[in-house]
Structures are given as C-alpha cells and as structure tokens.
Ligand binder design. Structure first.
Ligand code: ZN
Length: 276
C-alpha cells in the first residue's frame, strides 16, 4: 500500500465515530435469495433515519425480519386499527411510576421490556406493571450488546435469568424478548427459533432516547408521522431522557385516540404468550 493510500485509510477510520463503527460492524449481506411467495414479512422499521449508522441498522433489521418472519417481529398485523406502545429499559425510580399513572388514566395497556438488573432493584414496580394489566418481557439482564455473545451465552446470561426473575415476580415467563439496541446476529435469531422464542423490535422509533435532538413535540410528531395499523412503537422508561417521554405521553395517547387507534399489548398484537 502506498503512503497516500495508507493515509486515506487512516483518515477514513478516524472520521467514523465509535458509534458508527458499532453499527458498521453489523452489516451483513443478504445472500439467500428466496422466491417472494415464501417470504412472510414481519414488517419493517418505517422511520426515515437521520444518520448513516441508523440507516445501516434499519437495513439490517428489515432484512432480518424478512429472512426470519416467524422469529423476529417489527410490527403486528394490520387488521384492526391497533398500535402497541412499548417502554424499554425500566423499571427506574422516576419515569416508570409516572408512565404507569398516565397509562391508567387513559385506560391504555402497554408492554414493558425490562432490564434484569433494574428489575432486581425495583421488583415492586415490575409487579405493578403486571397487576395493572400490562405485558412484561425481558430486554436483557444488563443491556449488553448481544452480538458480543455466543447464542448460548445470550440465553444463559441475558435471557433465561430475566425470565426466571419475571416468573418469580409476576408468575409468568414470557416467550418473547427484545434485544438491546434491537441488534442481534442471524445465528442468534436461528438459535432463538430453536428455543421456541421470539424477538420483538419495533416499526416506529419515537427517538425519545436521543434527547439532544428530540424534545416533547418532536417525539409526538415523529410517532404520529409514522403511526400505522399494527405499529409497535418504541419508547423508554429507564435510562436518561425520559422526562420528555413522560411529558409527551398524554398528548401522544390522545392524538392516537383522535386518529381512531386503539391500543394492544405485544402479546395481543402478535398472538405470542407467556407459556413455554
Ligand atoms: Zn434498551
């Protein structure tokens, strides 16, 4: 390699942020071409993405949903005008209680994808979710990137411990989960299918996790722009930035109701259950 080419490569790598590399490393080529009729689509992530790394993520997850329609779900069926609100990363000490209060006052049932370490600390809030009629499923034990684990370790360290905890706290061990960041390898999807479990991501990202660019009005506008029958909507109730989520939620629910949407939990939407 000439020195000029070497410098060019160096400049390229320096211009890619750590976060972009995180997603660039996940790019996989869709090698298997199947006839259209055999593909039973599990939907797609519908947002326009603001950054290249997110476009790559979107392409990967849409390709995986097409390739594994029985195992990876991004949205529900479009019959009926239903959407599913989903809240990741809780329970926490602040947003979770407020979100539960708002959902109760609007009589809306939602789905919580909880993180094991948080559930160990705030078990009472997990019980409250379940007792209020919401669906609760796992979102890893400690929010690690699953792609760094073998499928076996993913189940042993990140999925089974959370399901055991949920069984203890709520009496149910769900047969579906959501991977952190929505990222997994194809091998992990196949392994999950072998375990008779499913992964559930989302078709509409509220971007409430990105509080640098998104306030209350942006969260509401984005969800309303992309809402569709069968939508699974990504929101958060743990980690940072969730006061915007709390502030946006009442108007968001009202606007969805005004547009004649009703609300389903993920198990209702996808017909997945708590039984193994
Ligand atoms: Zn998360």
């Amino acid at each position: 390699m000439s020195i000029a080419a070497f410098l060019l490569v160096l400049v390229f790598f320096r211009s890619v942020s750590a976060e972009e590399r995180f997603f660039l490393e996940t790019v996989e080529v869709f090698r298997v071409k199947r006839p259209q009729a055999e593909i039973k689509s599990s939907g797609k992530l519908r947002n326009d993405m603001p950054a290249e790394n997110l476009k790559i993520f979107q392409k990967t997850v849409n390709r995986q949903a097409m390739s594994f329609p029985e195992t990876l779900f991004l949205e529900g069926k479009s019959e009926g005008r239903k959407v599913a609100l989903t809240f990741d990363d809780g329970p926490d000490s602040w947003a979770t209680d407020r979100i539960l209060d708002i959902l109760a006052s609007y009589e809306v049932k939602a789905t919580f994808f909880i993180v094991g370490v948080n559930a160990e600390f705030y078990g009472q809030r997990v019980r409250k979710m379940k007792n209020s009629g919401h669906a609760v499923a796992g979102h890893s034990f400690n929010h690690t990137d699953f792609r760094e684990l073998t499928p076996e370790r993913m189940f042993k360290e990140q999925i089974e411990p959370v399901n055991r905890l949920l069984l203890k706290l709520t009496g149910d061990a769900p047969d579906f989960f959501r991977p952190p960041y929505g990222v997994v390898t194809d091998e992990q999807i196949r392994y999950t299918a072998g375990k008779k479990m499913r992964m559930v991501n989302w078709s509409v990202d509220s971007f409430d996790w990105d509080d640098q660019y998104n306030g209350v009005s942006e969260i509401i506008a984005r969800v309303m722009q992309y809402a569709h029958p069968g939508a699974i909507i990504l929101l958060h109730c743990g980690g940072r930035a969730n006061n915007n989520t709390v502030l946006a939620l009442p108007e968001l629910i009202q606007r969805l109701k005004d547009e004649k949407y009703s609300f389903a939990t993920v198990p209702e939407m996808l017909n997945v259950g708590a039984q193994h």
